[in-house]
Design a protein around this ligand. Structure first.
Ligand code: GLN
Length: 193
């Protein structure tokens, strides 16, 4: 299994470490030519969605990534990555891949709750340590989106087809079960993308 991690900006190293622990090979997507290599899934890491969105366009990576995502390539998107995937963003005029039919709110917890830790339930996993850093949450989902986790009534993890997305940072807590869930999606769909 070979997973491509978008490494133009943000918290990608921890994702790579976790994927290595789970026995995966990773490649880094830093520039357009990196997209020519074969891979089975994509990780869109946390960071700053505005910067990431700008860079993938400037580096001419947007169209190829968009085509892969539209084609059903499995993707794990965390925090800023979730914002890149979202069809709608409540408090930002920018739109990026728009493949995930949800509305997110950026920096949704305000200043005081900019960063916090929460032990919560994830459907299919159980109690899981969630690390939120200037996180978004999901305000609304379309009917066919599966809600995997909520914190205080706000949606923080979803699955839609081959897209797994979380408002928190599963790569930071040393608990590999969320990444394993993503790899299970990749295994089920190797033929696509
Ligand atoms: N606040 C960031 C954004 O809006 C996301 C933060 C994160 O990825 N930890 O893009």
């Amino acid at each position: 299994m070979r997973i491509a991690v978008l490494t133009v900006q943000g918290a990608f190293i921890e994702h790579e470490k976790m994927l290595h622990e789970l026995g995966c090979e990773t490649i880094e997507l830093r520039q357009k030519k990196d997209l020519e290599q074969p891979f089975d899934g994509i990780v869109l890491p946390g960071g700053e969605s505005t910067v990431q969105g700008k860079l993938i366009r400037e580096l001419d990576m947007y169209d190829i990534l968009k085509e892969k995502l539209d084609g059903g390539m499995p993707v794990l998107a965390t925090c800023a990555g979730l914002i890149l995937l979202a069809k709608d963003i409540a408090n930002d005029d920018r739109r990026h891949f728009g493949t995930l039919p949800v509305r997110v709110k950026r920096n949704a917890y305000g200043r005081q709750l900019g960063s916090f830790h929460h032990e919560g339930e994830i459907k299919g996993i159980g109690t899981y340590p969630m690390e939120f850093i200037r996180a978004p949450y999901i305000e609304e989902v379309s009917d066919d989106v599966e809600v995997l986790a909520e914190v205080d009534g706000n949606i923080v993890a979803v699955r839609y087809k081959n897209q797994l997305a979380a408002a928190f940072h599963p790569e930071l807590t040393g608990d590999a079960r969320f990444h394993q869930m993503f790899l299970d999606i990749c295994h089920g769909d190797r033929s696509r993308g």
